[in-house]
Design a protein around this ligand. Structure first.
Ligand code: URA
Length: 241
């Protein structure tokens, strides 16, 4: 891996601002491979070096990946002058990492949202040609039925003439259904269901690929993904038996 400045390495870990970490380094609190380093400009290979702060080992990560249970009422953006964003739900040390949302959920949609600082990863998740499926629980006006299921599977044409890829629709009984799509057109799920005369009342994303929303997070909760979970984003979800 390329060499990076010591102060950048500590900032990338989300430990503190550039100014704070420089103060820690100058105060002799940071060691690299056992030797105290007092110069923030010192270069090191973070993948190979062992860095400690106050004697505690730090694990360097070039990129960060989080899942959030996005609540209704916040927008999927990094900043906005008027409305609360998903980034506002994170503590300052995580906001400093330069995270951004992967794709978008409408303000009134809740559920699984990924946040990362890895642009390539975000692109691979959202690009239609990657074929990563997104699964939504929808409550609608009316009752989705077998005709809707076959219309979804054939590929709907929306009100503005946009052609959708074939999509999954599973009726759960009453006004609830599960929609699975592999693309992310503007208001896609709402427009698909509206085109069948079943406007959406409530929408919640449950999974991306084989990665399921961690229900224990609660609205607005978030946590870091481990490496295994990250890979599941690009796998197909296996139906529960
Ligand atoms: N489709 C929608 O209509 N809204 C969302 O937030 C996500 C998918």
């Amino acid at each position: 891996m390329a060499t990076l400045r010591l102060d950048k390495v500590l900032c990338d870990l989300g430990l503190g601002s550039r100014r704070e970490v420089r103060d820690w380094i100058r105060a002799g609190r940071v060691a690299v491979d056992g030797a105290v380093i007092r110069t923030p400009e010192q270069k090191l290979d973070p993948a190979a070096a062992s860095v400690t702060l106050d004697g505690k080992p730090l694990r360097y990560q070039s990129y960060h990946y989080f899942m959030m249970d996005k609540p209704e009422g916040v927008i999927t953006a990094t900043e906005d002058p008027k409305q609360p964003t998903v980034l506002d739900l994170l503590p300052p040390e995580l906001r400093r990492l330069g995270l951004f949302p992967v794709g978008r959920l409408d303000k009134d949609t809740s559920g699984l949202l990924l946040l990362t600082d890895d642009g390539d990863f975000a692109h691979r998740v959202t690009a239609p040609k990657s074929g990563v499926s997104k699964r939504y629980l929808a409550e609608v006006e009316g009752e989705p039925d077998a005709d809707d299921v076959s219309a979804f599977s054939e590929g709907l044409v929306l009100g503005d003439g946009a052609q959708c890829l074939p999509a999954g629709l599973e009726c759960l009984g009453g006004n609830r259904c599960i929609v699975t799509v592999q693309e992310g057109k503007y208001h896609q799920v709402k427009r698909m269901l509206a085109s069948r005369g079943k406007p959406v009342l409530k929408l919640r994303r449950l999974s991306i690929g084989a990665l399921e929303l961690d229900d224990s997070l609660g609205f607005g909760g978030f946590r870091e993904l481990n490496e295994q979970e990250l890979c599941t984003v690009f796998l197909d979800r296996k139906p529960k038996t």
